[in-house]
Design a protein around this ligand. Structure first.
Ligand code: B1M
Length: 213
């Protein structure tokens, strides 16, 4: 397993989409733990790409190529996580998206998949989602949770705006708000008055379950 995780990580660092896709297929063929391979293999790789880019060792096109290799692997693996979808007996409805100005969607999509696989009905608004869209959709669907992802320090304030707009529309008591994404933290969630912060997809499911009932 360790060797497989290392290979997955390295394929992303090398920006080798053909290899990352093949390794994702091998993960399914060998019936390995898909979530473990994602989190400890592929995600480690893309975070390393981000670190190397920040240090000036990689350039933007290489960041884009790494992200493409990551997406290819996720396209293969994500369907296998979509076990028991929500529905009539769902644990609740979650409206999720990445906040406006922010196109990072790999982590948000993984969280959406895991929520769905664990019995929540999920409306995924995608990335670069305007504040008003979160609020309107949650009101239309009678959602239990709004989950707002932000990967950029410059877009994090949008998470606060979602809460402010819920208050302005007297909807704050109707829907809970969770925040997530690399620069977010429990402190940030509490500062902006969110109902919780989740550091990864498993934590997001636990948080939604804990507050859903
Ligand atoms: Co960008 N980028 N990027 N990027 N990118 C970061 C975020 C950065 C930290 C890289 C760095 O400097 N080391 C940096 C932000 C710095 C800052 O804000 N201080 C950065 C930057 C600067 C940029 C651009 C501005 C670069 C430029 O153009 N000059 C630009 C932004 C464009 C925009 O959005 N307007 C940009 C673009 C891109 C790509 C397009 C190349 C690509 C994104 C592709 C895509 O998503 N479709 C990309 C990538 C891949 C990254 C890094 C390397 C990896 C992000 C990722 O996919 N991680 C990232 C570095 C990093 O995060 N360390 C970086 C894997 C993913 C599974 O993890 O998203 O953290 P993550 O999600 C986790 C948890 O956070 C959590 O669960 C997930 C699963 O465990 N989670 C939630 C996430 N959302 C959640 C929501 C929840 C709950 C949990 O409920 C609400």
């Amino acid at each position: 397993m360790k060797e497989h995780l290392d290979n997955c990580r390295q394929a992303i660092i090398d920006g080798d989409a053909e290899r990352s896709e093949a390794l994702a297929r091998l993960t399914l063929e060998k019936k390995m733990d898909v979530l473990e391979v994602i989190e400890k293999g592929f995600v480690e790789g893309i975070r390393e790409v981000g670190r190397l880019w920040e240090e000036g060792e990689l350039f933007l096109p290489e960041l884009v190529i790494g992200a493409d290799a990551m997406k290819k692997a996720m396209d293969v693996l994500q369907p296998s996580l979509e076990g028991g979808k929500g529905g009539k007996d769902s644990l609740g409805h979650v409206v999720i998206g990445t906040i406006e100005g922010d196109i990072h969607d790999i982590g948000k999509t993984l969280v959406a998949t895991m929520l769905s696989a664990n019995g929540f009905e999920v409306t995924d608004l995608g990335a670069d989602v305007p504040v008003a869209k979160f609020v309107e959709t949650a009101a239309d669907k009678g959602a239990d949770w709004i989950a707002v992802s932000a990967l950029l320090t410059t877009t994090m304030p949008g998470q606060r705006k979602v809460i402010e707009q819920l208050k302005a529309k007297s909807l704050r008591s109707e829907v809970k708000v969770m925040v997530g994404g690399a620069p977010c933290s429990a402190e940030w969630a509490s500062e902006i008055g969110a109902d919780g912060y989740a550091g990864d997809a498993v934590a997001a499911v636990a948080l939604a379950k804990g507050k859903a009932g």
